[in-house]
Design a protein around this ligand. Sequence first.
Ligand code: FAD
Length: 396
Amino acid sequence: MTLSGRAPHNLKVSPPATDARQLLEEAVRLGNDTLRRLAPQADSTGEFPTESVGHVRDAGLLGLGVPTEFGGAGGTPGQFATMVETLSQADGSLGMIYIMHFAAAKSIEGSILSNRDMLLREIASGSHLSTLAASEQGTRSQFWLPVSRLEPSADGFTVNASKSWVTSAHNADSFVATAQSPAADSPMNSLCFLARPKADGVTVGASFDGLGLRSNDAAPIELRGYAVAAGDLICEPGTGFQHLLGTVLPWFLVGTAAHSIGLCRSAVHLVEQHLGNSKFAHDGSRLADLPNLRGQLARMSTTTDAASALLGRAVAAMEGGDATATLLLLEARLFAVEAAVEVTDRALRCGGGAAFSKRVPLERVFRDSLAGRIMAPTTDHLEDLIGKARLGMDLF
Ligand SMILES: Cc1cc2nc3c(=O)[nH]c(=O)nc-3n(C[C@H](O)[C@H](O)[C@H](O)COP(=O)(O)OP(=O)(O)OC[C@H]3O[C@@H](n4cnc5c(N)ncnc54)[C@H](O)[C@@H]3O)c2cc1C
């Protein structure tokens, strides 16, 4: 696949949705208060942020992106980016839970699932949390090359799979999984299906005691003889790769870029407060009076705004159905992920011992920013894909 092809079919301009705007206002209110307050405790225990997700559910935020005909709020890629940025600024783990849910919901929306409409109504009502299960032990970060394969059975199919990392693993109601098609002769001949973490044949392992995004409940999931009915197929056998790349990946790139930008904004805000409030006793001057620290802040905010501008350009291309959208989205994610590591590293320097001792909660934002680099498509994948696209080479 090259990037010169037509835009994926579902990337139409969504009309501005009043309801989506209301949800964004609600997210800002929740983020500035409740979600920000709850984040440190969830990070320290590494437990799923049940209370925060409850607020997000109750406020209807899980229904952003679901078409209004199913009771959702609709919403454009730009509105999704704003939502993720707002939530991630308050709590990086919560932001990632939201991205995985939203991307899975987009997969369900673009699916051939027999109960698709009912699922979309459940998602819109906030009663259904979903997630993605693409990475496998054997695929490592190259999630588009599944090792697992569906085998035909009397009632449909069965599958054995070792999904290596699944966000919200113990708390999701469903997950969008990948596997090779029956009798596939290559991992590129794949499909997607919907599975239930609490069904027979599913074992959810212990959540990872991670460096960052500690409370997103990422855990391995084992499928052993798991029964997949024909109605559980998200796409036809042989079209899994296209479904992932055309329907899921664009939203995932928007979300993860916005996540990194949210972390940047959190760091900028915390440093502004710290520099403004911290004084030297001998003359009453503030850290803000030091030009080197103002310079660090200037670099932080400029890099953040650059990342935001690049994402804005990519989102505009996606909303306009522009053929360059995918390349711009890849660039936006690459820039934003690396920007977040740079910005939060600068923030730690400005925060001095206060940040190092966790009195100023910058180190959590720094740790959270590191996940972006190794979450597929990783920084290495992004560089490779963008370089190939620039050279007109096949991407995969
Ligand atoms: C917090 C968190 C949550 C996650 N949630 C989910 C989820 O909900 N669903 C899901 O499916 N996955 C999820 N993942 C998995 C994630 O997307 C990656 O698959 C996983 O982090 C890769 O780990 P690995 O050890 O297999 O990486 P490896 O593939 O071993 O990567 C090691 C290094 O090799 C590099 N590398 C690998 N392949 C290439 C290549 N082709 N070219 C150049 N360099 C390469 C990588 O960039 C990396 O630097 C999550 C990961 C994290 C950290």
